[in-house]
Design a protein around this ligand. Sequence first.
Ligand code: 5AD
Ligand code: SF4
Length: 437
Amino acid sequence: MTAEKKLYIKTYGCQMNVYDSERMAEVMGGQGYGVTDDPAEADMILLNTCHIREKAAEKVYSELGRLKPLKAAKPGLKIGVAGCVAQAEGEEILARAPMVDLVVGPQSYHRLPAMERAVTGGAKAVDTDFPVEDKFEDMSRPRMRKGPTAFLTVQEGCDKFCSFCVVPYTRGAEISRPADRIIQEAAQLVAAGVREITLLGQNVNAYHGHAGGLAGLIRALAGIDGLDRIRFTTSHPNDMDDALIEAHGACDKLMPYLHLPVQSGSDRILKAMNRKHTAESYLRLIDRLRDARPDLALSGDFIVGFPGETEADFEDTLRLVEDVRYASAYSFKYSPRPGTPAAERDQLPEDVKTERLARLQTLLARQQAAAQDAMIGRTVGVLFEKRGRMERQVVGKSDHLMAVHAEGPDSLIGRIVPVEIVATAPHSLAGRCVGDA
Ligand code: 5AD
Ligand code: SF4
């Protein structure tokens, strides 16, 4: 059956939004919508938005501005705002951007078909509920897959309330999906050609839908034939339990990479952030993880310029980074978010934030280059995902989640191949295939 109508989805923000966009496309597939990459041919445009920092949220309104001519040219075009800006701003979006037809929060997108019908009748539709029914179980259509890697949301929401963060408000309280549903979805993905699954959750290691927690779920998933690689993100240091630490050493399919945000290296700032851990406890946790898996590649998130951060606090962060030696990391200037406690405090000047971010990013870039250089001469497993930009070039990710490109035929896509690393570039490695998996 050919789809009569076209849906264009633009995704902002985190990997969970990428997953949610796929699920929204699947739900709308049931309503006769096929996905398009071209907004000009769309009958419906959805912006799946991010509210984590001010810049991310503002992008939505600039994009809506850009879409105005399309809407004017095609009055039947439906425009929807989904995701965390939808959740945070709800009806206000309609007031600020009257061309928007529907606003749907991240917990309600299984209701999109009914909303689409309502707006087809000329109404506006806003749904930012946290419904009692489970959106995941309502979406009965099978997962569509294109490549050999996939995201799979296992946990959502957060009860931690870090004082800078909107997530507990936009994504709601922590919920874990039942393990049997996740295993079923994973098996479906594997049957469609997926070999690597990244388990997603805002607080993924707080997962409690399996009696053995996240480690138990990983062990169960590792039993699926054809699923070769498992990753998970994002974790909170306080939920890194013994079983999960041990899994990093004991489970071959669990890849040697961990994203474990610390945000700051200053105990004073960590306290003000309501993180409920210290720099020292984080460093001891890293030691234990490295004891379990010595080649573990570590990644993190950092916020600079949090209210009250002094030069000495910032230097504590630099020191922690020096101690850990990250393979990669994300760093941000603090951005006051409406409704969060830290937004009410005295803010640091922008130039101080800019200067600190530049210093931190210089250090992190140096560490990333060192982690990549250390790969030269080593042979690593690479799961090739797609063609590269050069002829006869394929690109994929190593076990340590580093991007690798090598010369080879398209038939390598979807396979895990031993690759000898021969050179590094700023964000990728060049390798030579040395055999077949
Ligand atoms: N300002 C800057 N960065 C933030 N993050 C979350 N909230 C804010 C904020 N208000 C960062 C944290 C988090 C990542 C997803 O985004 O580092 O780990
Ligand atoms: Fe936000 Fe993560 Fe803190 Fe939860 S643990 S409040 S998602 S930064």
